[in-house]
Design a protein around this ligand. Sequence first.
Ligand SMILES: [Fe+2]
Length: 304
Amino acid sequence: MELEKIDGLNIQHHQQSKRIINIQLEDFIVEKLAFNFKKFDILTLEYKPFARFTFANVLNELTSNQMSNYFMKILKDRNTGCLIVNPKNNISIVDQDFLVKLSTAITHLIGNPNHDSMAGKYYARFHVKHLDDSDSYLRKPYINMDLHTDGTYVKEKTDWLLMTKLEEKNVKGGESVLLHLDDWEYLEKLSNDPIGKQNFIWGSPRSKNVEYKVEHPVFSKDKNGLTQISYIDQFPEPKNMEQGLFLQKLSNALEGSKNKIETKLPVGSCIVANNYFWLHGRKPFEENKNLSRELLRIRGSFFN
Ligand SMILES: [Fe+2]
């Protein structure tokens, strides 16, 4: 994909993959955003969905009304589908409040967020720390979080996801891991396996606050006949031996891929990815009693 030139944005390919577009906000954009973001506090964004669009519109107007179309193009293009936005310089007005508002603005340029049942609002903030007594891999610092897509166990369409790194302290390891489906060596073989097209049952542990289970296959086709994946290791409930063994084979083939991108995302980065053909995960952290990372996530559907 040709990189566009938009005033106020420094747009580059990611060092490790041309499929990921890096977008840095110049200081004057950050300053104008911060000024406009004073208009509403975060509670207002939570309570009044229309206020989120006001912020999204500010962001779009600051980029000559081009950001919305450009982001949509990157995210829907099968050859890319992933972007990383961050302020170019680490200036003091970029605090956690700013990042929550920026994340909100970005997502409302491309679609509507799903209700996040874990947090009870349109976004979730969560910490990864040394000690954890939760029931999923999300907050387990010293275990690999395997490659997966989001929204596998909910009824809502999950076209995209955004993750923002709000804070990080005493962190070694914990790199983000990404894989584009078309870079995966085993795509053909596994997506053509008839078991991958069967319906699987997907549940979730208690912390997710989702009472129901859903059924869908791991692999499906988009309207152009291209393969899509909906998969996470922890939540499918295999009905029988063949489904169980298929999932094990799939898990091994994903984790064994040589084409995974392992990258350190700096604090203040927002990564947005198409959830049908990008998988994401995290490497284990090195043990540290004072380890702390805080993330924000938003998932949702594209505007029609
Ligand atoms: Fe995830």
